[in-house]
Design a protein around this ligand. Sequence first.
Ligand SMILES: Cc1cc2nc3c(=O)[nH]c(=O)nc-3n(C[C@H](O)[C@H](O)[C@H](O)COP(=O)(O)O)c2cc1C
Length: 328
Amino acid sequence: MHTNEIDRRLSIAPMMDHTDKHFRYFMRLLSKHVVLYTEMITTGALIHGDRKRFLDFNEIEHPLAIQLGGNNPDDLATCAQIAEDEGYDEVNLNIGCPSDRVQNGQFGACLMSNTELVSDCVNKIQAAVKTPVTVKTRIGIDDQDSYAFLENFITTVSEAGCNTFIIHARKAILSGLSPKQNREIPPLNYERVYKIKQQFPLLNITINGGFTDLVQIKSQLEHVDGVMVGRAAYQNPFMLVEADKLLYEDDSPLPTREEILGEFKDYAVEQIDSGLNIKSLTRHIIGLYQGQAGARHYRRMLSDAMPKDINAIQFLDKIIHSVSRTPS
Ligand SMILES: Cc1cc2nc3c(=O)[nH]c(=O)nc-3n(C[C@H](O)[C@H](O)[C@H](O)COP(=O)(O)O)c2cc1C
């Protein structure tokens, strides 16, 4: 399925080492509508690496975007084509990652100051695929942090054909801060993103950074077209449970945590049958009981080694049994 008209009111951020297909499946149990993103996949990894491992997804993950990292327009176009053939609904280009590894490769956030190259990349990708092409960026880098700098970036890259931007509302500091610090130390500046939407009303603008609940998220939609949530979705996934109702006017019954766990177990059984280690699955659901009585016990059960005398399915059953007896 390709959804050219993706409803971008809410999306779950690309997160390395987190948003693999198992986590995305889990997210889909919480919301039928949010847009899901892969982790950043570099062009080198996709062209030369284990393609199936990077691209594999489950049909229920749609609408699903692939995030690419790279700076070679031809390689990006090749990767976009590969992703489109595989069935991805959107190709997103990472212009926001500040890590040293990414900077050494001259891509990610440092590309914000090379609008010509970003435009070239967008152009080549657009020419290669019908799938929508989007850019995820920051509001600035280092001392290039004025409104005019961001405005120039958006103007140039939109003229190259990108009409959807996801803007992490803080700048990236390219030397001296780790990626984690770069998600915490530079201050959030939502106003700057709102101003971009006001100035470019025809562009689709998603805001990102620091959102932790649906009320807050819904209120952002008065200013911008969409909200992207990263850490909160991972740390407290159940905060999303009312997303379909509140943001998409979908009145399907809300699942309980236990129902979600039960559905995830059915998925886990299939995956374990095909050889997957249970910990690759359970690590993603550790936050499900965040804030509930028994949350610590649940987290501990999932984090501890699996008892030797039971199999993976019995282990999951034991956890489900244990939490379903805990008063909430
Ligand atoms: C563990 C982790 C990995 C991340 N990996 C990526 C990535 O691969 N690509 C990307 O564009 N952003 C990445 N980010 C940044 C998030 O997409 C998002 O922009 C950032 O966390 C701010 O949103 P939040 O405050 O809702 O978490 C990552 C964030 C975290 C916490």
